[in-house]
Design a protein around this ligand. Structure first.
Ligand code: NDP
Length: 489
């Protein structure tokens, strides 16, 4: 058996205090054990927090452009190793190789973007109401940030958190998903090689409850940034105490297809949004809201296309749809097919676990769904799409907004008036016009409304808000006591 991978604490690769390890499996072939990893516990988290605390002063006082140079070096290393990382990602998570390359590219883009932020990190100046007084805002690091990430973008999502935290001068304790610890280790190795000082970034692999929750509750951790399931997010919010908390949670995203839409374009968008990454994206299109005039035609087009999707190992270039992440996810998809049938949804295609090695599930389409069915409301995180027929634009918007989540959304129409009305009326953090629900770019803010989060945004210029504090500075050079709101004549 190969040597277990280690935790990274205070610049050293070490074993967990628990002395235990856990495996990470290839979801396309669960007999293929990707590696064994340390089962980090409370003691390991405490060590990591202490290391992050020791490293904070020096790192936070390092000029931000210098911090940026380390990130630029890391971005270059990511680029040189892109193919190797993408293949590893496919092996550990199952994503088809083209999408895995996209995941790594996103990490490169984010690393470069945040490296550049080292020379911006803007505050602002504004006039004072008093004479001879200067007012401005500056950005301050927060302190130790606890970063907890899911498995579905195992390199990109950690980089969406680690890079802004580092550029802002924070130190980090990072707990990745237990389904994709090797991707996390590779990311940390690159940052180490790029020259990150010891203790600035610490990695603890291990279970959500023991390792994750210890970070969340730790008194010395000043901020938590979490991406994952809504219910985990709710628990984290309750347990974090007086910390800054950023939550990026689930979605039940929809695509509206109006009767004037370019149906071939909408078809491409739905196939990509609904079945890409096997439906395991927070922005996946799991609902298609279709005008009744084109419903039958669009259903036929969808079924014909879904029939042609090839399931398989993501390393095979002919594969369109890879496996689900694990057995629990496969069971969950199966159970939602049963729920959909019980609720009266009409199964047009798919719905079964195919006879394949690995955690595969057939791309599935239900039609004649109503907005209140569980398959139209709940996040399944599998290749299952509900088609909801509507009679007009207003009903389409109502259907779109009928869910508790509000992450991504899309409308296909040639009518620009309807497109702009949709932008205005849809309750979501992201709206696409004539494009699918997926495909975030790192220089734009990313996040959702309603149960998808609590208002924070990652990426883009707003991405550093989560990892910095704003200080307001007043410089009075009048040489006398001036009282705001009082000495205003
Ligand atoms: P989970 O919430 O199950 O896990 C996410 C992370 O939290 C993992 O590292 C997990 O550790 C950890 N964790 C689990 N329980 C706890 C706990 N009690 N305390 C602290 N940490 C804990 O989500 P998934 O990994 O299954 O990811 C899928 C979800 O993520 C979907 O709902 C998806 O929509 C959402 N997501 C949202 C995005 C967004 O930007 N809005 C983007 C991508 C995904 P462990 O693995 O050890 O259990």
């Amino acid at each position: 058996m190969s040597t277990p991978y280690k935790l990274y604490i205070d610049g050293k690769w070490i074993n967990s205090e628990s002395g235990e390890t856990f495996p990470s499996l290839n979801p396309a072939n669960p007999k293929d054990i990707v590696g064994r990893f340390q089962l980090g516990n409370e003691d390991d988290v405490n060590k990591a927090v202490d290391a992050a605390e020791r490293a904070f002063k020096k790192w936070s006082e390092t000029p931000a452009p210098k911090r940026g140079q380390i990130l630029f070096r890391a971005a270059q290393m990511f680029r040189e190793r892109k193919e190797e990382l993408a293949r590893l990602l496919t092996r550990e998570m199952g994503k088809v190789i083209t999408e895995a390359r996209g995941d790594v590219q996103e990490a490169i883009d984010m690393t470069e973007y945040m490296a550049g932020e080292g020379r911006r990190m803007f505050g602002y100046t504004t006039p004072s109401e008093l004479r001879d007084k200067f007012c401005m805002t500056i950005r301050m690091p927060i302190g130790i940030c606890g970063l907890i990430t899911p498995w579905n973008f195992p390199i990109a999502i950690p980089s969406w958190k680690i890079m802004p935290a580092l550029i802002c001068g924070d130190t980090v304790v990072f707990k990745p998903s237990s389904d994709t610890p090797l991707c996390a280790i590779k990311l940390v190795e690159i940052l180490e090689k790029a020259g990150l000082p010891k203790g600035v970034l610490n990695l603890v692999t291990g279970p959500g409850e023991a390792a994750g929750m210890t970070i969340v509750r730790h008194e010395k951790v000043r901020a938590i940034s979490f991406t994952g399931h809504r219910d985990t997010g709710k628990t984290i919010l309750k347990e974090a105490g007086l910390k800054k908390v950023g939550l990026e949670l689930g979605g039940k995203n929809g695509i509206i297809v109006m009767d004037d839409a370019d149906l071939n374009l909408a078809l491409d968008g739905l196939i990509w949004g609904g079945y890409g990454t096997t439906g395991q994206r927070c922005t996946a299109a799991s609902r298609v809201i279709v005008h009744e005039k084109i419903k039958e035609k669009f259903e036929k087009m969808l079924v014909n296309r879904i029939k042609k999707l090839k399931l398989g190992n993501g390393l095979n270039p002919k594969t369109d749809v890879g496996p689900l992440i694990n057995k629990a996810a496969q069971d969950k998809s199966k159970s939602y097919v049963d729920i959909g049938l019980e609720e009266g949804g009409k199964l047009l295609i798919g719905g079964k676990v195919p006879r394949m090695n690995g955690f595969f599930f057939e791309p599935t389409l239900f039609t004649d769904c109503s907005i209140d069915m569980r398959i139209s409301q709940e996040e399944i995180f599998g290749p299952i799409v509900s088609l909801i027929p509507v009679k007009d634009f207003d009903e389409a918007i109502e259907a779109m907004n009928s869910v508790e989540y509000g992450l991504s959304s899309s409308i296909y129409t040639k009518d620009m008036r309807k497109a702009f009305l949709a932008i205005q009326r849809i309750e979501a953090g992201i709206t696409y016009i004539n494009s699918s629900t997926i495909g975030a770019e790192v220089h734009l803010p990313f996040g959702g409304v309603k149960h998808t989060g609590i208002g924070t945004r990652e990426a883009g210029i707003l991405g550093i808000d989560e990892f910095s504090e704003v200080k307001t500075v007043y410089v009075d050079y009048s040489g006398k006591l001036q009282k705001a709101q009082i000495d205003i004549k």
